[in-house]
Design a binder for this molecule. Structure first.
Ligand SMILES: *Cc1c(COP(=O)(O)O)cnc(C)c1O
Length: 461
């Protein structure tokens, strides 16, 4: 990692060069120190023998790693404790009760009564696959917006499964154009399009599309297509009215706004989507909804459930119920707005928000365009190497040009201020001449004005 910073550091200012040299010398000294096991310094030799040329990794910096990527997210202590449960037999008589209750309570996340929630050991990508293979047949026509890496990958999956995908490309930084969707559906006079696929929050660009308006476009075209939503980085941070918005399948993953470790693909399917299962000819085995639903009806699973993750999920859902889902969205919106104010305060140094229209601003993350000549990969590396701050890299088309600050999941104002301060330091390290504290000040002012007393602390007043 350090080597790559130094190599790509050719274009940056002296400060980073000096830092690279310093750290390189430190790590060379470290390797030498470890290599000479007959320690003349009298220090004990390291527990892990070092190989020649290997960077020692025994030094863990004090304090927290500041994790501000848009997933995986910080784990609340309560969730971690709940997951430190002993291994358990999912065939014990108590487990079906726990599992049934959990699956039922997870409907809260989707604001659904009629939808059916399924939990697959896997990730969001597995959720995508279960959605497509359980509802569609080879050659079926589907339409999908593409405005970033995740929508691209979903398109790619659909194509590799043998679907006929009408791709609606939008400029990166834009969201779903509902008028365009309406036109495409209206032109489909024979109603050959079987599904509309929309990524709710495009994690590459920090853009949240308007699902209600997409549903209204489908209705306006009087089209019977199924409505599939990738809610992976949205659900838990942004509203999801599954029933009200007529969504047929919504997908998420445990490691995004739910603040659990990676490992659960979460799917909510409408009765219409479940009914489509009987005519769907794409192959599925592991992700077959029929197997899952049949087992779930008896409180069991078609294969070993990830019980520790489910114990963690129980607490994650409890915490969202305690906070109130709408309060959690409002908290995310406030953190997002404060972060955007910080970026606006950096405009004097040439930084800007990538999302093109305020109606698409994301509650989950802010994606920031760096000024010309600044390499954001270098920025992210410096933040990590110098300040133990993990920011999101720019991906694919915008690699090196943008960076991402995640504010989803287990997060609050003061933590965000740490991330914004660290970002300011790292920006200066890579040669951006911004006024130190400008972003921190703007964000802090907004959060100070808009914060309220933590409900459980009211009694202490
Ligand atoms: C992270 C992400 C995915 C991929 O989910 P995995 O859990 O990594 O498989 C898909 N879509 C969006 C919008 C994401 O943010």
């Amino acid at each position: 990692m350090m080597a790559s910073v130094c190599k790509s550091g050719a274009s940056v200012r002296g400060a980073v060069h000096a830092m690279c040299r310093q750290v390189q010398q430190m790590s060379v000294a470290g390797v030498r120190g470890f290599a000479s096991s007959s320690s003349s310094s009298g220090l004990p030799s390291p527990a892990v023998p070092q190989q020649e040329g290997m960077t020692p990794y025994s030094y863990i910096p004090p304090g927290r790693n500041h994790l501000f990527v848009p997933g995986p997210c910080n784990l609340p202590h309560r969730v971690q404790v709940a997951m430190a449960s002993l291994a358990e037999n999912h065939r014990d008589v108590g487990f079906p009760y726990f599992a049934t209750q959990l699956l039922n309570d997870m409907k809260y996340l989707f604001k659904t009564e009629s939808g059916r929630v399924m939990l697959f050991p896997g990730t969001g990508t597995g959720g995508w696959e279960s959605c497509l293979t359980n509802t569609l047949s080879p050659g079926d026509k589907v339409v999908c917006f593409r405005y970033g890496v995740f929508s691209h990958l979903w398109v790619d999956m659909a194509q590799r499964l043998g679907l006929n995908v009408i791709v609606l490309d939008e400029e990166w930084g834009n969201g779903a154009d509902e008028e365009r969707l309406k036109r495409v559906l209206e032109e489909d006079v024979n109603k050959e399009i079987k599904a509309v696929m929309v990524v709710q929050n495009e994690t590459t660009t920090g853009v949240t599309s308007d699902l209600l308006k997409c549903r209204q476009a489908i209705n306006a075209a009087q089209h019977p297509a199924l409505f599939f939503v990738d809610g992976v980085s949205g659900i838990g941070a942004t509203d999801m009215k599954f029933d009200e918005w007529g969504i047929d399948v919504a997908v998420t993953g445990s490691q995004k706004a739910l603040s659990l470790p990676t490992g659960l693909g979460i799917v909510c399917a409408s009765q219409k989507a479940i009914a489509a299962r009987s005519g769907a000819k794409l192959n599925k085995v592991y992700f077959d909804w029929n197997d899952m639903m049949k087992a779930n009806d008896a409180g069991s699973f078609p294969y070993t459930p990830a019980s520790q993750l489910m114990r963690g999920m129980r607490v994650a859902i409890d915490m969202l119920m305690e906070e109130g889902l709408d309060n959690a969205f409002a908290r995310h919106a406030r953190l997002a707005e404060g972060t955007r104010r910080a970026v606006r305060a950096w405009e004097h140094a040439g930084l800007e928000i990538l999302c093109k229209d305020p109606r698409w601003y994301s509650n989950s993350l802010t994606v920031i365009k760096a000024p010309e000549g600044v390499n954001t990969t270098e920025l992210v590396n410096v933040a990590y190497n110098r300040y133990n701050l993990s920011l999101g890299l720019g991906l694919a088309k915008v690699a090196g040009k943008v960076f991402r600050i995640g504010h989803l999941g287990d997060m609050n104002e003061v933590s965000m201020l740490g991330a914004i301060a660290g970002t300011e330091m790292a920006l200066r390290d890579v040669g951006v001449n911004l006024q130190m504290g400008s972003g921190v000040g703007a964000a802090a002012a907004y959060w100070q004005e808009t914060s309220s007393i933590i409900p459980s602390r009211v009694q202490a007043m």
